[in-house]
Ligand binder design. Sequence first.
Ligand code: BDR
Ligand code: CA
Length: 313
Amino acid sequence: MAKKIIMDVDTGTDDAVAIMLAALHRDLDLVAVTTVNGNVPLEQTTDNTLRVLEWIGRGDIPVYAGLNKQVARQDFPTPRASKRDSKVHMPILPLPAPTGKRQHKSAPQFLIEAFAADPGLTLVAVAPLSNIATAIALDSSFVENVSELMIMGGGITRSNMTASAEFNIWADPEAAAVVFSAGFKKITMVPLDATHQATISEDQCAEFRMLKTRAANAAAELIEFRINGYKTTTIGPVPDNAPVHDALCIAALVDQSVIETRRVNVVVETTGDYTVGCTVVDHRHLTKREPNCDVAFNADGKKFFEIMRSTFA
Ligand code: BDR
Ligand code: CA
């Protein structure tokens, strides 16, 4: 039976590829998508999400909009496309405007109700964790009702927003701190260290294009945009490649061997002068803090690409 999942996204070029992979893979049943402020403001993450789903003929999947700012901070601008990273994300994805609309219910309320009704659901959060933290604050049984939470975020030794923080965690650090310490039964964290081991190349985008499907064409266009963005920054160590962070989480749900995890403790820094949003990963068990998370230390790029290629075909 297909694994039922709900995705929390800030679409976003890599979110878009992740959504297509989740919506089209036969082993997954994408029940709904919730949106949050992140790569672009909430209105645009929601509009982009609707565009992606309709483009691949999955406009039947409901979209719920959530928080349009951080849970606590007044001083974080967040939307990323207007910042340094604008060469990797675009405000409006190059797909037709959606005909459908978002649902009326707010994302946190929907998440609370969906997980209370179906304990078999998996939550995949590939964006700032504002919606998840709000669901935790609103309903004391939410954490218990989520059997599995997969997060794209954080870094072990890598960062991409500040010298110490990855974007999804940095963009709402208080929310992330709440989520990691909430006591979820199973959290898998897919950090930058893993996503940068599974980058996609220009040649692989050409292979997508040869498939001549809507999803493959869109994936190629979005990933090529990312590759070009990385060419103009110093972030990408491998030439003509780019990570497609969020999609790696989906691939790992389909085939666990795509990532190699270790169970460790992770906490989120919220007060450091230089380290707000840093994920402190106790990879040598140097503290007495209980392990709370399976962290992906490695990823298999070949398997990742093959899962995408076969799905988009
Ligand atoms: C994460 O930040 C966002 O820009 C991407 O969509 C991804 O979820 C990578 O740091
Ligand atoms: Ca994202």
